[in-house]
Design a protein around this ligand. Structure first.
Ligand SMILES: Cc1ncc(COP(=O)(O)O)c(C=O)c1O
Length: 394
């Protein structure tokens, strides 16, 4: 859910100068990517899309494509973006567009489980700490096709399963590989929502059977609700398309057109040698996230209450730099005998998502790093003001 600070009021947008009072709640629970707004504001009219009343009326878009409701311009823009960044192989694969990666995850579950011969629902697992929504999405419809089977680390059933591999991982930003042993391992869904160069070094071209990406985390346009899957097997792509047909008869063409335009603007800025690199989207966003992480680590290093894990450095083929990852979330740990980080933070009027929701220890909490700057500065202020927080206090 978006934070209350980001919602427009019923009377139009709120004033753009939110002030945080000491007792007002700071909502860093959702991963609402509003930090990117400042970049897109600077782009002015470059990304404006005009759609005439006479356009985009048809249900159909491209009958020759497996994903028949996908705009060819979006398909092209997605392939161009992946070629530019070098984060995923698209050659010879099928792109399926969805109303967010959330819909595509469910489409992938349907496609993989409906082709399974077993009379039992297929087990769905993810290694803890896992993205909290997987469990809820799997359990929501009480499907006969699949069921949630928990932490992939401890999966020991002699039955096939679907393992969701999220890399970089939400909530903890680590790079992941499948953990279920080969013999038992059934099918894989790779959720690569954060495999973009502002969050992590691009170390290789991902090349998996089903790879999910989302516009929400790539450029920050979560409200457009665009995600895409890159799928190796045509039949799986067809089934995913069928699922989307059954749930929404396709995906908004207006959103597709806007996404395509924004992706083209990102690509053009890199292809234009006159552009200053640091002002291009991924470089600019990387710098913003780097600054946030440096500041957060400074506060946490002074603290006896909180700690953060270190990430190994990697060489990024896209930027040509060696750097640490800059995850979209801080996976904050409470020490000093504090067992419930979420409640502890609530005491500081900070709302964050507790470890339990991710199948992990409640000593951990997930705090969004992709909110607006004033929210983030307020987070730093509140964390550094904790009584007994400082290592320098006696
Ligand atoms: C790992 C991961 N996958 C999928 C999603 C959902 O993305 P979308 O907004 O495209 O539905 C999120 C959103 O936070 C996410 O973190």
């Amino acid at each position: 859910m978006p934070s209350s600070n980001d919602f427009p009021s019923a009377n139009g947008p709120r004033p753009s100068t939110p002030t945080f009072f000491n007792n007002s709640f700071l909502n860093l629970e959702p991963g609402n990517p509003t930090m990117y707004e400042s970049y897109w504001k600077k782009m002015g009219d470059k990304c404006t899309v005009v759609i005439k009343g006479s356009e985009l009326l048809s249900y159909m878009t491209d009958e020759n494509n497996v994903c028949w409701f996908m705009l060819p311009e979006l398909n092209d823009a997605i392939e161009r973006l992946h070629r530019l960044v070098g984060n995923a192989v698209t050659d010879g694969k099928h792109v399926v567009v969805g109303t967010g990666s959330t819909q595509l995850f469910q489409a992938a579950l349907f496609a993989l489980s409906s082709s399974d011969d077993s009379p039992q629902p297929l087990n769905v697992v993810a290694a803890a700490p896992y993205y909290s929504e997987y469990r809820e999405e799997v359990e929501f419809l009480q499907s006969k096709l699949y069921k949630w089977a928990g932490d992939a680390h401890v999966y020991d059933k002699d039955e096939p399963c679907i393992e969701v591999v999220t890399s970089p991982n939400n909530p903890d930003g680590t790079l992941r590989e499948p953990v279920v042993k080969k013999a038992k391992q059934g099918k894989l869904i790779h959720d690569l929502a954060y495999y973009w160069p502002h969050y992590t070094p691009i170390t290789h071209m991902a090349d998996h059977d089903i790879m999910l990406f989302t516009f929400s985390k790539c450029t920050g346009h979560a409200g457009s609700r665009i995600g895409w899957a890159i799928v190796k097997d045509k039949e799986v792509a067809r089934k995913m398309t069928r699922f989307i047909q059954m749930s929404s008869i396709g995906v908004s063409r207006e959103s597709q057109r806007r996404a395509a335009k924004l992706m083209e603007v990102v690509c053009e800025s890199y292809e234009n040698v006159k552009h200053i690199k640091s002002e291009n989207f991924f470089h600019h966003s990387k710098d913003m996230l780097t600054e946030k992480w440096v500041k957060l680590r400074e506060v946490v290093e002074q603290s006896v209450v909180f700690s953060l894990q270190k990430y190994p450095e990697g060489y990024c083929h896209f930027t040509g730099e060696i750097s640490e990852p800059r995850p979209a979330f801080a996976w904050l740990k409470c020490n000093n005998g504090i067992d419930d980080c979420e409640s502890y933070l609530r005491g500081l009027s900070i709302i964050a998502r507790g470890g339990k929701r991710f199948g992990a220890d409640p000593k951990y909490c997930r705090v969004s790093m992709v909110g607006k700057e004033d929210q983030f500065n307020e987070l730093l202020r509140r964390l550094s003001n904790v009584t007994g927080n400082s290592k320098n206090e006696h």
